[in-house]
Design a protein around this ligand. Structure first.
Ligand SMILES: C[S@@+](CC[C@H](N)C(=O)[O-])C[C@H]1O[C@@H](n2cnc3c(N)ncnc32)[C@H](O)[C@@H]1O
Ligand code: SF4
Length: 358
C-alpha cells in the first residue's frame, strides 16, 4: 500500500476549539463497552482490502471462519451484558443486512435497551428494512462507500454500483427524515485507489448525512498511512473497550483478527462474556501492554493501531470534527441530536464543547 497520510490531512482553516481526548488511565470496565457480534459471516461482496473476503485470504481459512450464530446463544450474550448497556455492532467481517432474522436480533437488542450501530455496504437495504430501522430506533447506520466514482468503487469494493448504494443511502435518509433514529453516516476507508477523493467525499457528504467517517486501511499487520511520529507506544484501547465475538463464540484479541489467529477464549464454552473479558488470557495481554512488552504478542508486535484511539476535536464550518491518526469523524452540528449517550463505543461529544457551540 502507498503512503495515504496526506489523504487525511484536513485543509488549513482556523480552529475554534481543540480538545485532547487521549485516555489518561487504562481501566478495565466490568463489561466491554462495545461488542462486535458476528451474527453471520457471509458477504455479497469481495472487497479486495477485506480481511476476510478480500484478496490474499486463503480460501480454506476463510471457509473455516464462516458461519451463523445460534439465535439462543446470541440471546444468552444479550442477557448477560444488558445491564452494562454496551454498544453492539451486529456484524464483524460480514454484511449485517444478510444476517438471518436480522430484525429479530435487533429487536432482541433494543428490548434490552442495548444501542445498536452497524456498518453496511447498503446494497440489500429495502424500504421495509429502512422503515424497521426507524421504528425500532436503530441507533446508527454507516454506509461504506469508499469512493466518489463508480470506477473507483470497482477498485475499492469490486463492483461499480455506486448509484445503487447512494440510492439506498438516500432512501434511508428520506425515510428517517428529521427524526433522530438512526444516526446516518457515510464512510470511506482510505487506500491508494481512493486517496485523492477524500476531500471531495467529505465535501459531498457532510451536507447530506449526519456524520462522515474517514479511516485508514489495515493490511499486513498495521494501518497504512499512519504518520510515523506517534510518540512512545501506549497500551491499545481496544483491549479495554471492545470484544469481537465470532459466530461460534470464539473471542479474538481484536477486531483485526478476522481469521482467529489469536483467540482469548470462547463466550459459549468458557463461562460467558464477563469470564472471558476478565479471563487469564486478556488479563495477561493487558499486563504485557501496560509494561511495554508488545513484542511478546505476535499479533501486536508490529501493529500501530494503538495510536488510532488518541482523539482530539475541533469545531468549524458547522462541524464537530473528531480526529485521531486513524479516523476522522465529521459530525454535523445541526444533527448532533442523533448522537446520544448510549453510543458509548463512539464516546459522545463533550457537553461543555457543545454548550459553547450552541
Ligand atoms: C468489514 S466491513 C463489515 C460491514 C459491511 N460489510 C461493510 O462493508 O460496511 C466494515 C468496514 O470496514 C472497512 N474495511 C474493510 N476492510 C478494511 C481494512 N482492511 N482495513 C480497514 N477497514 C476496512 C469497510 O470499508 C467497512 O467500512
Ligand atoms: S462489504 Fe464489508 S464484509 Fe463484505 S467484503 Fe466488503 S468490507 Fe468485507
Amino acid at each position: 500500500m502507498n503512503d495515504t497520510s496526506k489523504a487525511t490531512t484536513p485543509p488549513a482553516r482556523a480552529r475554534t476549539k481543540v480538545r485532547d481526548l487521549t485516555p489518561t488511565e487504562w481501566r478495565v470496565p466490568e463489561m466491554p463497552e462495545r461488542l462486535l457480534l458476528d451474527l453471520r459471516t457471509d458477504c455479497n461482496l469481495k472487497c479486495p482490502k477485506c480481511l476476510l473476503h478480500g484478496d490474499g485470504v486463503d480460501g480454506e481459512r476463510k471457509h473455516q471462519m464462516i458461519g451463523t450464530m445460534d439465535a439462543d446463544n446470541a440471546r444468552r450474550i444479550l442477557d448477560e451484558v444488558m445491564a452494562a448497556k454496551p454498544l453492539i455492532q451486529p456484524s464483524w467481517w460480514g454484511e449485517p443486512l444478510l444476517a438471518r432474522n436480522l430484525e429479530g436480533h435487533i429487536r432482541d437488542m433494543k428490548e434490552r435497551s442495548i444501542a445498536v450501530c452497524m456498518n453496511t455496504n447498503g446494497l440489500t437495504l429495502t424500504e421495509k428494512l429502512a422503515r424497521f430501522f426507524v421504528d425500532v430506533r436503530l441507533d446508527a447506520i454507516f454506509f461504506s462507500l469508499d469512493a466518489t466514482k463508480p470506477e473507483t468503487l470497482l477498485k475499492t469494493r469490486g463492483i461499480d454500483k455506486l448509484d445503487k448504494i447512494v440510492k439506498n443511502l438516500r432512501m434511508m435518509l428520506r425515510i428517517r427524515g428529521d427524526g433522530i433514529y438512526p444516526r446516518i453516516g457515510a464512510t470511506l476507508t482510505v487506500e491508494p485507489a481512493n486517496q485523492d477523493e477524500v476531500e471531495e467525499f467529505v465535501a459531498r457528504w457532510t451536507p447530506v448525512v449526519d456524520v462522515v467517517r474517514i479511516g485508514l486501511v489495515y493490511a499486513n499487520g498495521s494501518l497504512k498511512g499512519l504518520p510515523p511520529e506517534q510518540g512512545p507506544r501506549k497500551p491499545c484501547a481496544l483491549l479495554y473497550q471492545t470484544m469481537p465475538i465470532h459466530y461460534n463464540g470464539d473471542v479474538s484479541i481484536c477486531c483485526f483478527d478476522s481469521l482467529g489467529d489469536h483467540l482469548v477464549g470462547n463466550v459459549f464454552k468458557d463461562g460467558g462474556v464477563r469470564a472471558v473479558w476478565h479471563g487469564k488470557e486478556l488479563t495477561r495481554l493487558r499486563r504485557l501492554h501496560e509494561s511495554g512488552r508488545f513484542d511478546e504478542i505476535p499479533f501486536c508486535k508490529n501493529c500501530n493501531a494503538w495510536a488510532g484511539y488518541m482523539f482530539e476535536e475541533e469545531v468549524r464550518d458547522g462541524l464537530l470534527i473528531r480526529r485521531s491518526p486513524q479516523f476522522v469523524y465529521y459530525n454535523r452540528i445541526d444533527r448532533l441530536g442523533s448522537w446520544h449517550d448510549n453510543l458509548r463505543g463512539h464516546r459522545p461529544p463533550p457537553r461543555e464543547l457543545l454548550e459553547k457551540v450552541e
